[in-house]
Design a protein around this ligand. Structure first.
Ligand SMILES: *[C@@H]1O[C@H](CO)[C@@H](O)[C@H](O)[C@H]1NC(C)=O
Ligand SMILES: *[C@@H]1O[C@H](CO)[C@@H](O)[C@H](O)[C@H]1NC(C)=O
Ligand SMILES: *[C@@H]1O[C@H](CO)[C@@H](O)[C@H](O)[C@H]1NC(C)=O
Ligand SMILES: *[C@@H]1O[C@H](CO)[C@@H](O)[C@H](O)[C@H]1NC(C)=O
Ligand SMILES: *[C@@H]1O[C@H](CO)[C@@H](O)[C@H](O)[C@H]1NC(C)=O
Ligand SMILES: *[C@@H]1O[C@H](CO)[C@@H](O)[C@H](O)[C@H]1NC(C)=O
Ligand SMILES: *[C@@H]1O[C@H](CO)[C@@H](O)[C@H](O)[C@H]1NC(C)=O
Ligand SMILES: *[C@@H]1O[C@H](CO)[C@@H](O)[C@H](O)[C@H]1NC(C)=O
Length: 646
């Protein structure tokens, strides 16, 4: 099923921010208005029709993004990222200065340059999303996978192509100008004149983002199964489903199934619109590009009533934003598990008992959604496993983009028991000048964790005692040196997740931890990365990663930052602390966009001098996908049961 989700349009009341739009028969946005699927060149013509505007560049780059970067925990690590993450090296300030002086013809060119620069930091917690220009996803009717066939790994167009692409419907397939069905399962010989794995590396380097490790990004180039929300889905992958509308077609050399003839095929991309509907250039701008009432933060002291989601706000988040989930294509239904689910099945977790009753499977698609419901589902799945005599637990974390920080710690604690004590990591925030002013001001104002993430009562001392709200853990700061640069950080602290556990926690592990194994494609981000790192570092859990490029490592954790703050969140912290007028405070955005950043560091349990993001931890097992497993979770679990539990 194709499920476009349109963002709320809530603009009318907002600061008119307009271009001198030429209303003419030649309006390039009229051509694509009201359509879900359009030619990328037409989408691009509309997006490129807004001239470059220096006022907007200074608003976004100098007054907003450059100042938010002061809070970014990993800024100085980028000067020289340690191996194997060296590809993610950048001088952030020099990069911003260059974008500040480059001549751009259009507003699109400026924003996409900035989007690419920040995306290529490869930190899914630190992204610039200019909503105006990230409102298309470009879909190629030829997603690819790396498969082992007859003992040899190669790149193939997905064998389930016809079933998968047909789910997009005739509005999509009618626009494909070639005989695409015959490409199902074709072996790819080259892409744009390059070896297919070399082209995959190129996409991993220039398009994917989100994950520090190159090997993990290679897997996000390929198509893969996932849960999108609570529904089975097949991700197109960054080769066949990148954000934007930059490319019109790709040329591949390939051999179709049962043929030995190498032929050259040029395949068209078709762009899918994910933004807010519009009728012409002016309404495209008004509905998609201008700041809404949800773009900038609010003074949470004034809006205690407004936050009916006050509880949610208090829960720290660690997740990535995968634009491809906003219009997820279903996994063709014949590849969904045929076993019945057991335990709770209302949310992001689906649990099964494999035939023979030895192994229970928890497929955890994310740590988002219903905070208490997740805990209930865990408890009821484990109770069902116990009742059936299950002794082995397999956890599938494929394409888990993270979510609530505390649900990762919850799951670790539930599986390891309360006997282990604190189930998380040591953490810090950056001790920049404005952060220190915020904490001081919060204390003076008598604020608490009910409204801010900066007050100390969100956290605990390392002995486990919750800090009092008026405790100043950031002044004096703790000096650290990163890549030769002096930086400042807060004192170290623990999370206080135990305060929000709502189910009875077992004292001892429900399953012998030697009989617990994790499988994934390495696309396990944020809370998922922290959870699997805890299971690796503290419980020595067996971890297997599927897919990737032959003879190249894949880390099992994709992006192991810690809590992320959206622009709305950090701006709300500043406004709530009455510091919006401070010269260091970032300005409100005039455009609709989000500059999110990794706000807290999680320090490795193995080496408490290193952020876990920068500690290389490889899975004990690596397997290629096969025709049986790449899009068939149940087949993969049966393979893993045979292979990992012996
Ligand atoms: C934004 O505006 C919409 C529509 O006017 C309204 O429903 C919503 O509550 C507003 N949100 C905030 C955070 O003010
Ligand atoms: C540039 O943007 C500013 C801020 O919205 C606006 O006031 C100004 O008119 C724009 N300039 C042009 C030439 O459109
Ligand atoms: C936007 O337009 C599409 C295509 O006409 C339509 O299917 C969809 O319902 C519209 N969405 C909204 C929110 O109006
Ligand atoms: C960009 O250039 C302007 C004008 O020279 C300057 O005021 C601003 O500080 C620069 N911003 C950045 C991020 O380099
Ligand atoms: C390929 O050959 C096999 C065996 O003859 C046949 O079953 C299959 O339908 C053929 N596939 C295509 C796409 O021609
Ligand atoms: C597995 O458990 C189910 C439900 O308790 C039972 O019906 C089935 O016979 C069991 N299978 C085996 C192989 O023990
Ligand atoms: C979780 O389970 C408890 C106890 O059965 C129940 O009271 C509560 O409503 C459940 N919460 C959710 C969110 O499912
Ligand atoms: C934990 O450490 C804090 C700060 O050093 C101290 O004030 C508190 O009394 C300690 N709590 C316990 C239970 O030792």
């Amino acid at each position: 099923m194709f499920r476009p989700q349109f963002l709320l349009s809530a603009l009318a009341a907002f600061a008119p921010l307009s271009f001198a739009v030429k209303r003419s028969a030649g309006d390039p946005c009229v051509v694509i208005a009201g359509k879900v699927f359009v030619r990328p060149a037409d989408a691009l013509a509309c997006m490129k029709s807004f001239p470059f505007n220096e006022t907007l560049r200074q608003n976004v780059l100098t007054n907003n993004i450059a100042r938010v970067f002061d809070f970014y925990t990993f800024e100085d690590y980028y000067l020289e990222s340690p191996p194997p993450f060296q590809e993610s090296t950048a001088n952030i300030r020099a990069g911003l200065a260059k974008i500040n002086t480059t001549k751009y013809a259009t507003d699109y060119d400026f924003n996409i340059d900035l989007y690419n620069f920040i995306t290529q930091l490869n930190d899914g917690h630190t992204r610039w999303f200019p909503n105006c220009y990230t409102s298309f996803q470009n879909l190629l009717p030829a997603p690819i996978v790396s498969l082992e066939v007859n003992g040899v790994q190669g790149v193939y167009i997905v064998p389930d192509l016809v079933d998968l692409v047909s789910l997009l419907g005739p509005d999509y397939t009618d626009l494909i100008t070639i005989d695409w069905q015959r490409l199902a399962g074709a072996k790819v010989v080259s892409v744009e004149g390059q070896d297919p794995y070399a082209y995959v590396d190129f996409i991993a380097k220039t398009v994917s983002g989100n994950y520090l490790d190159h090997g993990v990004r290679v897997n996000s180039v390929f198509s893969s199964y996932r849960l999108s929300g609570s529904a089975y889905s097949q991700r197109f992958g960054d080769f066949a489903g990148p954000t934007g509308a930059a490319q019109n077609s790709l040329t591949m050399k390939l051999t179709t199934v049962n043929s030995t003839k190498v032929e050259s095929v040029t395949i068209p991309y078709i762009a899918s619109f994910l933004g807010v509907n519009f009728t012409d250039q002016a309404s495209f701008w008004a509905n998609n590009c201008v700041a809404t009432n949800a773009t900038n933060g609010v003074d949470l002291k004034q809006s205690a009533g407004l936050t009916s989601n006050a509880f949610k706000r208090k829960q720290p988040m660690a997740n990535i934003i995968d634009k491809s989930t906003s219009s997820a294509v279903g996994l063709p239904s014949q590849f969904e598990p045929t076993l019945p689910t057991v335990g709770g099945d209302q949310g992001v977790m689906k649990s099964y008992i494999l035939p023979g009753n030895k192994t229970g499977v928890m497929f955890i698609g994310s740590f988002e959604g219903d905070f208490d419901g997740f805990q209930n589902d865990t408890q009821s799945a484990i109770a069902a496993f116990k009742a059936a005599g299950v002794t082995q637990l397999l956890i599938d974390l494929s394409n888990n983009g993270g979510g609530f920080v505390c649900l990762g710690q919850f799951l670790h604690q539930y599986l390891a028991g309360t006997r282990i004590g604190y189930p998380g990591f040591q953490s810090t925030v950056r001790g920049n000048e404005l952060a220190r002013k915020i904490v001081a001001s919060d204390i003076a104002l008598g604020l608490t964790d009910a409204v801010t993430f900066y007050t100390a009562d969100n956290y605990a001392f390392l002995n486990g005692t919750q800090m009092p709200a008026d405790y100043n853990y950031i002044t004096p700061d703790v000096p650290i040196v990163i890549n030769g640069r002096a930086d400042a950080t807060s004192q170290r602290f623990h999370d206080t997740c135990g305060l929000s556990f709502t189910v009875d926690m077992p004292e001892n592990p429900p399953f012998d931890l030697k009989n617990v194994a994790i499988v994934s494609n390495g696309n396990c981000a944020s809370t998922c990365a922290m959870f699997s790192t805890l299971m690796n570092e503290r419980e020595q859990t067996k971890i297997a990663v599927f897919g990737g490029k032959p003879f190249e490592n894949v880390e099992f954790k994709g992006m192991a930052g810690n809590q992320v703050l959206e622009w709305f969140d950090i701006d709300s912290e500043i406004k709530t602390a009455n510091l919006k007028d401070d010269p260091l405070a970032p300005a409100d955005l005039l455009v609709s966009g989000d500059f999110r950043h990794n706000w807290r560091t999680a320090w490795s349990f193995f080496n408490e001098k290193e952020p876990i993001a920068y500690v290389s931890e490889l899975p004990k097992y690596r397997f290629p996908y096969t025709l049986d497993t790449y899009n068939n979770p149940q087949n993969l679990w049966l393979f893993a049961e045979k292979t990992l539990f012996t």
